[in-house]
Ligand binder design. Structure first.
Ligand SMILES: NC(=O)c1ccc[n+]([C@@H]2O[C@H](COP(=O)([O-])OP(=O)(O)OC[C@H]3O[C@@H](n4cnc5c(N)ncnc54)[C@H](O)[C@@H]3O)[C@@H](O)[C@H]2O)c1
Length: 386
């Protein structure tokens, strides 16, 4: 496979994951990294053996064919647009932009320039997502009729020293965590046709309890922290999606889908592995632990709890798609639809009305196992064969 030179813009928290995982994949040649704060680029460059660059030099470099945009959400639009304008393909962290309008403009710009645009999350391409997709496509649960998806927790201020931004417009549980759940659902069920929602907040102020200079101080909440939505898919399937940072403890499964012939249970869609369970017409659950499958093994030493984390898989698939002349799976169009769903949820929550979406053909092609394996570099492929 021909390799493409990759430059990273945004050397914060998540960049360590990308720089580490990029080495797993055959089509990617890490060239350099840049950040508004040069010392962060310098630190990452030393850690991962790449070149620290300025954003301008990175965008001008003929060695770089693809930019990984790992900046904060409010910078995604400008950084992606600059990269496209410099003639680079782009893969961006989620969300594609902070509004659907921004996302649409980026997708249009990439198309006009005949460049590829892809976006996180790529977790749906992991072992659990592929296994679930196979089951649904093979008819293991018949026609999906109804389902639930829940992302619930107590928020960020107990671990993050500067959590205020999570609670302002442009963030909140829907925009921050929704992409994992909604991308997985669209991958399994196709596009969403209409949305309604209720939105509220458990507290008007939050108390920072994480260690740091702001410990013990409060800040105002500026966006809903509990949202219950109803999603009607173009296929007719109905899903309740709940996203809340007002929940201390709960027992809801991350995703369950129920069809005319059975039920399917998925693990946390913010990981690549986990247990997928299926029940045929009410029989006991049959569990499949995807830890033994490709991109399902727990591999990640950088955070607790340890999980299967193969971020960059979607980038590798996008690079392959450039060479094969096919559509990338974690595409800008898919991310745009997910952004439209999230915007519709928040609008419905604010206005109390159903919001209709333009349903596009955004469901990605399934990722066959051989194709998934072919994305690995020779060392990883050898290790897997042993
Ligand atoms: N941290 C995580 O665990 C995590 C997980 C999944 C996804 N993400 C996503 O990854 C993205 C980055 O998150 P993070 O936690 O790494 O944030 P971060 O704040 O730690 O890092 C972002 C970096 O981008 C830089 N930056 C901002 N604007 C820039 C610009 N215009 N040009 C160059 N550099 C710029 C900042 O200086 C900063 O170093 C977000 O979209 C987030 O949603 C983060």
């Amino acid at each position: 496979m021909t390799r493409i030179g990759v430059g990273v813009i945004g050397c914060g928290n998540i960049s360590a994951t990308y720089l580490r995982n990029a080495r797993l994949f055959a089509g990617i040649e890490l060239v350099g990294c840049a950040d508004l704060m040069p010392e962060l680029a310098e630190a990452r460059a030393q850690e991962y053996g790449v070149r620290a660059m300025t954003v301008e030099d990175l965008l001008a470099s003929p060695e770089i064919g693809l930019v990984l945009n790992l900046t904060v959400p409010r910078a995604h639009y400008d950084v992606t647009l600059s990269a496209l304008s410099a003639g680079k393909h782009v893969f961006t962290e989620k969300p594609l932009g902070v509004t659907a309008d921004e996302g649409q403009r980026l997708v249009d710009e990439a198309e006009a320039r005949n460049l590829a645009i892809g976006s996180a999350p790529d977790t749906f391409l992991g072992a659990a997502g592929r296994h679930a997709r196979r089951l649904v496509d093979q008819g293991a649960i018949g026609r999906p009729v109804v389902g639930t998806a829940f992302m619930m927790g107590r928020g960020m201020e107990h671990w993050h020293p500067n959590p205020q931004f999570y609670y302002q417009p442009g963030a909140g549980p829907v925009l921050d965590m929704g992409p994992y759940y909604l991308t997985m659902l669209v991958n399994l069920l196709g596009p969403v046709a209409r949305v309604s929602a209720l939105a509220g907040q458990g507290q008007d102020e939050r108390l920072i309890t994480a260690e740091g200079p702001l410990k013990g101080t409060t800040f105002p909440v500026g966006t809903p922290t509990s949202v219950l939505s109803l999603l009607e898919f173009a296929s007719g399937a109905m899903v309740t999606f709940g996203a809340s940072w007002d929940v201390f403890r709960h027992s809801n499964h991350p995703i369950e889908l129920h069809g005319t012939d059975g039920s399917l249970r998925l693990p946390d869609p913010d990981t690549f592995g986990g247990i997928v369970s299926v029940s045929s017409r009410g029989a006991d659950w049959v569990d499949h632990d995807t830890a033994g499958d490709l991109y399902g093994a727990v591999n990640f030493p950088l955070a607790e709890p340890r999980i299967a984390n193969y971020r960059v898989l979607g980038v590798a698939d996008l690079v392959r798609s450039l060479q094969a002349g096919t559509a990338p799976r974690a595409s800008g169009r898919l991310a745009l639809h997910v952004l439209e769903i999230m915007e519709a949820i928040l609008r419905s929550g604010a206005q109390g009305e159903w919001v209709r979406l333009e349903t596009r053909d955004v469901q990605p092609a399934p990722l066959p196992e051989e194709e998934a394996a072919a994305l690995l570099g020779p060392q990883e492929a050898d290790a897997k064969a042993r």
